[in-house]
Design a protein. Structure first.
Length: 389
């Protein structure tokens, strides 16, 4: 290229007066070469400014990607340090997966209870005579209801062809084992949970509510212990909130509470999306420590003073709930809870009639025999009814 060749657009030799003629030619040659390469790649002849802008855009994009990658590494390192910090300080308070599921179950139950309560608050507000910082918490199965509410619910479902009567017999046997041992078998709990979840998956939440209303009238209403119901009404008359606390699905528990004129219920919460059950639980079945978590969460939201609250249960598994409040009462207690109540000086009531003989030293073998006989009769009756349907 000669010295007389036209200078490329954007080149001004006056900005650098020290350039020699040969250096000037070299710069012009590089710029021309860049324009030609750009023309080959982009199909047009870019001028120097456009070429520089293109290069700057690419550099900016590369720097942005590099910045994002660097920030991601920093975030990952920060998360690692936070996790390590929490783990090191958790010590003996570190939660197992099962404990965490119970915490989640308790929180979900309290949230559902508050949501239901808010929907029913009268427009004129709370009763001026209400005792706003005290409440009573009642377990359901064998405390308020004679038998297991979930078994009664399953009977209603079986009559509607949702479950088989063989499933009912299995549920009843699991409950019999629990009543005789005073301990929940976690394999039985898991099996019952999976069976229940398979039933509700894909069904509308409104369907379970409607079924609960019908089944309460058919199977549960005449199973309420009058003595326990009277204790609940005593708290209502004192202006206190009265809550059911149960592993039973919250929809059924809320129906029982509503029919008895109670404040509401804390129960097992099944996950739903757009009004349809997903087939998963929020956390786990509400039992044991989960009940205590639910009560504690509810107390915070409602401003309750747990030292002024009362809890009622029949089961040793509910000792965490009973120990949380100022007054604990054993109702129809199993043998282990009866002993705990004796040692701790808790009040105790026994509203049972069919099991009075147990108070006078009937052996476990005799009780097992009676239970097995009753179970056989019940299973035969159920099968006969199933055949006639």
């Amino acid at each position: 290229m000669s010295k007389d060749a036209p200078e490329p657009e954007g080149y001004d030799p006056d900005r650098d007066p020290e350039h020699t003629d040969s250096e000037h030619d070299e710069v012009v040659a590089h710029v021309e070469e860049g324009r030609e390469l750009a023309a080959e790649q982009f199909g047009t002849l870019l001028d120097a400014d456009e070429l520089n802008e293109e290069l700057l855009d690419r550099d900016s994009a590369e720097r942005e990607v590099a910045d994002l990658e660097r920030q991601a590494l920093l975030d990952e390192e920060e998360n690692r340090r936070v996790t390590q910090w929490l783990s090191e300080r958790a010590g003996k308070f570190k939660q197992s997966a099962a404990e965490l599921r119970q915490v989640l179950a308790g929180e979900a139950s309290a949230n559902a209870a508050i949501e239901s309560l808010r929907a029913r608050i009268p427009e004129d507000g709370a009763d001026p005579g209400a005792d706003l910082t005290a409440a009573a918490f009642f377990d359901v199965d064998n405390t308020l209801v004679h038998g297991a509410s979930i078994v009664l619910f399953a009977r209603g479902l079986a009559s509607r062809k949702y479950f088989s009567y063989n499933d009912i017999a299995k549920f009843a046997w699991q409950q019999a084992k629990f009543r005789l041992t005073g301990r929940e078998n976690m394999d039985d709990v898991a099996e019952g949970r999976d069976k229940a979840l398979s039933f509700i998956a894909g069904r509308p939440t409104a369907e379970l509510v409607a079924l609960g209303e019908e089944i309460y009238d058919e199977y549960i209403a005449d199973k309420i212990w009058p003595g326990t119901a009277a204790l609940a009404q005593r708290h209502i008359a004192a202006g206190q909130q009265v809550w059911l606390v149960t592993a039973t699905p919250v929809e059924l528990a809320q129906t029982i509470a509503k029919r008895l004129g109670l404040t509401g219920a804390l129960g097992t919460v099944a996950e739903s999306e757009n009004g349809i059950f997903t087939g998963r639980l929020v956390g786990d079945i509400l039992h044991g420590p989960g009940k205590a978590h639910a009560i504690r969460a509810l107390a915070v939201r409602e401003g309750l003073n747990l030292r002024r609250c009362t809890a009622y249960s029949d089961s040793y598994n509910d000792v965490p709930m009973l120990s949380l409040v100022g007054t604990a009462v054993a109702i129809n207690p199993d043998s282990d809870l009866k002993e705990v109540a004796r040692v701790r000086g808790w009040e105790s009531y026994d509203f049972r009639t069919a099991r009075k003989a147990a108070k006078y030293g009937v052996t476990t073998a005799a009780v097992l025999g009676a239970t097995a006989g009753a179970g056989a009769v019940a299973t035969k009756a159920l099968r006969g009814r199933g055949a006639g349907d």
